[in-house]
Ligand binder design. Structure first.
Ligand SMILES: *Cc1c(COP(=O)(O)O)cnc(C)c1O
Length: 383
């Protein structure tokens, strides 16, 4: 049986074959420990890790030494939040973030609240955008960190990173951004944008799962963190533990490919994304959730009035792999915190689905998707 067309790339992406090929030698032949460099095995591993660091640095315009490898964006987010909270508690106990962050940020902040920290969760408008005036108003002498995601994983909204960074730096506040959805998909530059820390994930850019990085600025300003994992002092003491060399190699290659192919891929996926929307829109009633312009090129989040998203996803599942994009499982039946924060009624949130296109998505996939969605929406509405 043919496998369904995959349109859920915000959840994860397949590993690019070129990434896999590049990783393979680092399992059985070049298996050395990157910190045991008295022989060729360790040296090979060390060089491979250095190359990966350089490739990541090239994507975001930083120095290779400013890249710390982690197990993924979740860990990077935790390290950024707890690392600053612990390091700077003498200076202040206030953090500003937004209501539409990933749970890796929100749950970390909730945990800090239990320890007495004060967290401001900025509102967003119905496009999923924060207000810079609100941000400025919320800053106090106690504010130690601003953490705002680069692009949202449900509606794809891109944050005004440069403006946020400028505001943060004017007030000498550290600016962290969760770039799991943006890194390798849209241009990012930590110098231009005044970004002090950035969380990155491998599996959102056709790299392996379980690998990521945190960019930590080392000058103007030098960012200091208390680690969350202690041990052998790897990664300048920020993150102990033997480096996952094959995955790091994979993240490096995925980063290189994303940098080289970014323009072409983003043109292609945004064209297909617009075609998907127009194809559906010309035949059934549908609305876009979030901004139709200020968003990731591969994102589309749609509201089908009167159509339960779970039912829609279930009805199309032999042909299309799509999701709501919110962590909505059997225990947690709340509507998406992102859509709710954007001011949507529960009904609308429950009738919304997310499409994530990828570099392997074809025109034919899109035509099939349009027909299937239109058929099922029409059928569910007639019931
Ligand atoms: C996927 C994602 C994460 C988590 O990344 P992992 O590498 O899977 O831990 C964090 N933030 C955002 C915005 C994401 O999309």
């Amino acid at each position: 049986m043919k496998r369904p067309i995959y349109l859920d790339t915000h959840a994860t992406t397949p590993v690019d074959r070129r990434v896999l090929e590049g990783m393979l030698p680092y399992f059985c032949e070049k298996f050395g420990n990157a910190s045991s460099i008295d022989h060729i095995y360790g040296n090979e591993a060390y060089s491979a890790v250095s190359k990966a660091r350089l490739e990541i640095a090239k994507v975001i315009g930083c120095e290779p030494e400013e890249i710390i490898f982690t197990s993924g964006a979740t860990e990077s987010d935790n390290l950024a939040i707890f690392g600053i909270a612990n390091k700077m508690k003498e200076k202040g106990n206030h953090i500003i973030t937004s209501k539409i962050e990933h749970k890796a940020i929100l749950d970390s902040c909730r945990h800090l609240e239990l320890q007495g920290y004060k967290i401001t969760y900025l509102d967003v408008n119905n496009n999923g955008e924060i207000s810079l005036n609100d941000l400025i108003k919320e800053i106090t002498s106690e504010t130690i960190l601003i953490s705002i995601m680069s692009a949202n994983n449900e509606v794809g909204t891109i944050a005004p990173l440069k403006e946020i960074g400028r505001i943060a730096h004017e007030k000498n506040i550290i600016f962290h951004t969760d770039a799991a959805q943006a890194y390798g998909h849209i241009p990012l530059n930590v110098i231009d944008m005044n970004i002090d820390m950035m969380s990155i994930s491998g599996h959102k850019i056709y790299g392996p799962k379980g690998i990521g990085a945190l960019y930590i600025r080392n000058r103007n300003p030098l960012v200091k963190l208390v680690p969350i994992i202690f041990g052998g002092g790897h990664e300048k003491g920020f993150r102990s533990g033997t480096l996952n060399v094959p995955s790091i190699v994979g993240l490096g290659i995925a980063s290189e490919l994303s940098r080289i192919e970014m323009n072409e891929t983003s043109k292609k996926v945004s064209m297909l994304r617009d075609r998907l929307f127009n194809g559906i829109h010309s035949r059934v009633k549908v609305e876009i959730n979030g901004s139709s312009k200020n968003k990731l090129p591969h994102n589309l989040n749609l509201y089908f009035e009167g159509v339960d998203a779970k039912a829609l996803i279930n009805e199309v599942k032999d042909v299309l792999a799509i999701s709501t994009g919110s962590a909505c499982n059997s225990e947690d039946m709340n509507p998406s915190h992102v859509l709710s924060s954007m001011g949507m009624e529960e009904d609308r949130a429950y009738c919304s689905v997310r499409f994530g296109l990828g570099k392997e998505t074809t025109e034919e996939d899109i035509e099939i998707a349009i027909d299937k969605i239109v058929d099922v929406v029409t059928k569910l509405r007639s019931l």
